[in-house]
Design a protein around this ligand. Structure first.
Ligand SMILES: *[C@@H]1O[C@H](CO)[C@@H](O)[C@H](O)[C@H]1NC(C)=O
Ligand SMILES: *[C@@H]1O[C@H](CO)[C@@H](O)[C@H](O)[C@H]1NC(C)=O
Ligand SMILES: *[C@@H]1O[C@H](CO)[C@@H](O)[C@H](O)[C@H]1NC(C)=O
Length: 396
């Protein structure tokens, strides 16, 4: 009996000790490192991160209330213990985007296991003066920085922060494993160029949930090598909608596999859900793609497969896309389309889409060139439940 009690007391003590360590883990407030609101925080942030990352107990970097200027930052791991980056105030980028190379992040997190980014604060990319000014049509403003880059991050949570007015993509994820993005706000105006909300590439076991994404380009875009991504409870718009691809532009692209987009709302977006691949280009594949329970409000192309994706006629559409698309379903999709072509499934002549299912669609178009209709090419669709617009004559 006595022994049992002792054990219980002991394990309670151990539990309390662990909890206490986690809760009171070292806190590294950037103002303790000399950062002041309305001043430059580069050095203070760097020092706070370095100290926190070296901590053997869970630690926390804190950006408190206030607006701190930051020209750029890279937070590298591996760290010795789980680490939290809590941003309560605002980190603000300079207006001038100089000094960045293609694909650089303004703020980059890299090689970290068990990162938590949270705090309710804002990463302000300050992009208002650069959109459309630093790009040619073919060079996509690639030297403009991406607001937040997550490179090779594992087992981490990114929640309750805002990405504002990014100069280029807001958030880019590369080589991630087991990441949860939730309660995010991503905001830039409709006419901001190339400001994709979240781009995921070469990553596995990722979820994006309960977030608002209003921007000038894709709400979420899924690049090659993405496996097991769930998008749920996201509201998109304005912007270009949720898109898989574009695929096939580059050589040796890895397959896209297991993407679910459900319970999302699209408001005034150019597209709803879209799969896009380049004609006359490289091999690739995307399979096991599910789109369900989606509400469309005044959306340009609510349901779209485009295997002839060729913006600005950069490619030869004579040769078909070599990206194989299979096991795709669009179910329970309703609301209004802003163009009469509500369901548009253009598959590749060389590799017709396999195993495509469409069910319970109810999309209305009110303009004078209506009613809504559907088009399909090189695809044999299985239709279940109600279909409005009525299914086109599906051709294999
Ligand atoms: C995934 O990441 C979360 C958050 O850090 C963690 O709690 C969970 O254990 C991880 N899952 C695996 C399989 O490692
Ligand atoms: C993804 O999650 C599944 C199920 O939890 C797990 O078996 C798999 O190993 C994970 N993938 C990676 C790359 O960690
Ligand atoms: C997919 O990823 C989620 C984490 O986002 C994980 O819980 C689930 O087990 C994974 N499923 C598979 C089939 O790997």
């Amino acid at each position: 009996m006595g022994l049992k009690m002792n054990r219980k007391v002991l394990s309670l003590f151990v539990l309390l000790a662990i909890t206490a360590t986690a809760q009171c883990g070292n806190v590294y407030d950037i103002t303790k490192y000399g950062a002041k609101s309305n001043n430059d925080a580069n050095q203070a942030l760097g020092q706070a991160w370095k100290a926190a990352c070296a901590s053997k107990v869970p630690s926390k970097v804190v950006v408190p209330k206030g607006t701190f200027r930051l020209s750029r930052a890279a937070f590298f791991g591996p760290c010795k213990a789980p680490i939290e980056f809590m941003i309560v105030g605002t980190l603000q980028a300079p207006q001038n985007p100089g000094g960045f190379k293609d694909g650089d992040g303004w703020v980059t997190f890299q090689d970290i296991d068990r990162l938590t980014l949270d705090g309710g604060g804002t990463f302000d990319g300050n992009g208002q003066n650069v959109w459309g000014k630093h790009c040619t049509r073919l060079n996509y403003c690639s030297k403009l920085p991406i607001n937040l880059r997550f490179n090779f991050i594992k087992n981490s949570v990114i929640k309750s922060v805002t990405s504002l007015n990014s100069k280029q993509f807001h958030i880019m994820v590369l080589g991630g494993v087991n990441l949860s993005f939730r309660n995010l706000k991503i905001i830039a105006p409709e006419d901001s160029y190339n400001t994709d909300g979240i781009h995921i590439g070469r990553s596995t076991n990722i979820s994006i949930t309960d977030s608002y994404i209003q921007t000038g380009d894709d709400c979420i875009s899924v690049g090659d090598g993405t496996k097991n991504l769930t998008v749920k409870g996201v509201t998109c718009g304005p912007g270009h909608g949720i898109s898989i691809g574009s695929l096939g532009k580059y050589r040796n692209e890895a397959p896209v596999q297991g993407i679910t987009v459900r319970d999302c709302t699209f408001k005034n977006t150019q597209n709803g859900v879209r799969i896009k691949t380049w004609p006359n280009a490289n091999e690739g594949s995307a399979s096991d793609l599910r789109f369900e329970n989606l509400y469309m409000q005044n959306v340009g192309s609510p349901v779209l497969i485009d295997q002839e994706y060729c913006p600005w006629n950069q490619c030869n559409t004579q040769n078909p896309s070599k990206v194989k698309l299979s096991k795709i379903s669009f179910k329970n999709i309703w609301g209004t389309s802003s163009t009469p072509l509500a369901v548009n499934l253009i598959c590749s002549r060389g590799y017709p889409c396999q195993n495509v299912e469409v069910g319970n669609i109810d999309l209305k178009y009110k303009g004078k060139d209506g009613p809504a209709h559907s088009v399909c090419k090189n695809v044999n669709v299985k239709v279940t439940g109600k279909m409005n617009p009525s299914p086109c004559k599906f051709k294999a």
